[in-house]
Design a protein around this ligand. Structure first.
Ligand code: CP
Length: 316
């Protein structure tokens, strides 16, 4: 079948097709996406082993707008707490004739593991694994950029904050480079912006003023403390002083720069309330666009369109 596990190896054509399909869903409704029958008769199971507000809810909404039946397995109250293994849980869900698992997991690689061990008639969608990948978040961010800027070519984008622990930054970097963004700057302290990202085509910058100079798009990231055990970290107040996006530091970017954040935002740590709620912020647009992107990905996965490219990417 047809999984959506990572953006690595996916072509510009397939990323553009995902964006175009999502755009068509947005265009269908005046204020919101209308219901379509593309997944009628299919069962989608949300398997979230790690907490989520935006991703889980928008996957559920997207599946319902595609007319699928949706199950949200509550991991905390499931039989995993009685010692049932992940694979046994999955086998039971497959026996209920599920067609798609949407998986979020704290361990990098968990959705790939599940994809390898499921029967071929179940599609696996990665809803964020460890610090590895968050492909639908990156695609909803690309849709938000395209809707506000109209293009990718020629754009300068700064991703600011805890890059090291961020699956969003990794997936966004792949998407931005594939779609033709001119420059992607990764901005933050040396402890949180490792040099190896240069090999992936990014510019590294440890000074916020230089990092924001002349950029069209700013993506702010929170300190992902749940993945930081033992790391040498700046205090929240020091981080805010050096890397926080405030009205003063926002002025270093282009006057029409947009401010993005995948959420959850930590006000007064990586972003001020004035900026998060200000005219340049498109943070809630990102959430809305997430419904259409997830509809696009789920419908393409179910029809096999993503897998063909994904297989090519994994071979490469
Ligand atoms: N952006 C994001 O993944 O948010 P949630 O953790 O709320 O899903």
């Amino acid at each position: 079948l047809k999984h959506f596990l990572t953006l690595d190896g996916l072509s510009k054509d397939i990323l553009t097709e995902i964006l175009d399909r999502a755009e068509s869903f947005l265009s269908m409704g005046e204020q919101s996406v209308k219901k379509v029958p593309l997944l009628r008769g299919k069962t989608v199971v949300n398997l979230f082993f790690e907490n989520s507000t935006r991703t889980r809810t928008t996957f559920e909404l997207a599946a319902k707008r595609l007319s699928a039946d949706v199950i949200n397995l509550n991991i905390a109250t499931s039989a995993t707490s009685k010692g049932e293994s992940l694979l046994d849980t999955l086998q039971n869900l497959q026996a209920m004739q599920s067609d798609m698992f949407v998986v979020r997991h704290q361990d990098s690689g968990a959705p790939h593991f599940i994809a390898e061990h499921c029967t071929p008639n179940v599609a696996i969608i990665n809803a964020g694994d460890g610090r590895h990948a968050h492909p639908t978040q990156a695609m909803l961010d690309m849709l938000t950029i395209r809707r506000h800027k109209g293009k990718f070519e020629g754009l300068k984008i700064a991703i600011v904050g805890d890059i090291l622990h961020s699956r969003v930054a990794r997936s966004e970097l792949h998407a931005m480079k594939t779609l033709g963004v001119e420059e992607v700057r990764l901005v933050g302290p040396k402890t949180l912006v490792p040099e190896f990202f240069r090999d992936m085509g990014a510019t590294i910058c440890h000074d916020l003023k230089a990092g924001l100079d002349d950029v069209d798009v700013i993506v702010m990231l929170r300190l992902q403390k749940e993945r930081m055990a033992g790391a040498l970290l700046p205090s929240e107040s020091e981080f805010y002083r050096l890397y926080g996006l405030t009205e003063e530091s926002l002025a270093w970017a282009k006057p029409d720069a947009i401010v993005m954040h995948p959420g959850p935002i930590n006000r007064g740590v990586e972003i001020s309330s004035e900026v998060a709620d200000g005219d340049q912020a498109v943070i809630l647009d990102q959430v809305t666009n997430g419904i259409a992107i997830r509809m696009a990905v789920m419908s393409m996965a179910m029809s096999g369109q993503v897998q063909e490219q994904q297989a090519v990417g994994e071979e490469g």
